[in-house]
Write a protein that binds this ligand. Sequence first.
Ligand code: KIV
Length: 257
Amino acid sequence: MQKIKRIKSKKNKSKILCLTAYSKSFAEEIDKFADITLVGDSLGSVLYNYDTTRKVTLSHMIDHSRSVKLGIKKSLMVVDMPYKTYTTKSLALKNAKKIMKETKCDAVKLEGGKNIIKQVKHLIKNKIPVMGHLGLLPQTAKGKFKSKGKTLSEKKRLINDALLLQNNGVFAIVIECVRASTAKQITQILKIPTIGIGSSVHCDGQVLVTDDLIGLNNTKIKFVKKFINIKRYINLGLKKFSMEVKYKKYPSKKYSY
Ligand code: KIV
């Protein structure tokens, strides 16, 4: 709860950093920078090549989260509840409890607003911290991914959903691919932080898929900025290893018994 309080207290003071991790080694590095480490169900496309996050299961999420937990010292760890694992109040609670117990994470994230409010309320009543997710919802999006909050009715719906989630106790909301002016308005109206992804600098924080921002993925999405081409460094290391093996330089005496 201390960690959640700290995240909430950053609103209007300093930006909140959220990054995805799917394993211990990544989590160790991410934890040095992030306020929130998210085990996102994006792992379905990033690690398993799935064409949709709908194929991600509870066991995927639990296995990867247990590895991530080993690398975390200070950040708040949030785990995505996969598609169809929170269709009813009782199913949501059963699965959220399993995630919390088996991964020792701090909170879960669910996609949706009014349509899942019963589940959100039920989790919070049972002391399970919840992070919301509005705008583009990959688990239920149909067809091509499009930005949200462009029309007046969409804008109104997003604002109402955000207020509903806040008033029922979620501690922060991810706002994905929402038009800048709408994201700004939601951020100004809410007392809890918004974490944007492709939704402008007006949000209280930002989240990205780590593999995308370091260039491990060849994602071509408008909001993804490649901050480094990590593949270059991986290739360099692998090339050095293969050359030294080929020319019998490795393992030298120093590295042999
Ligand atoms: O699945 C995920 O990684 C996410 C973030 C990109 C917000 O939900």
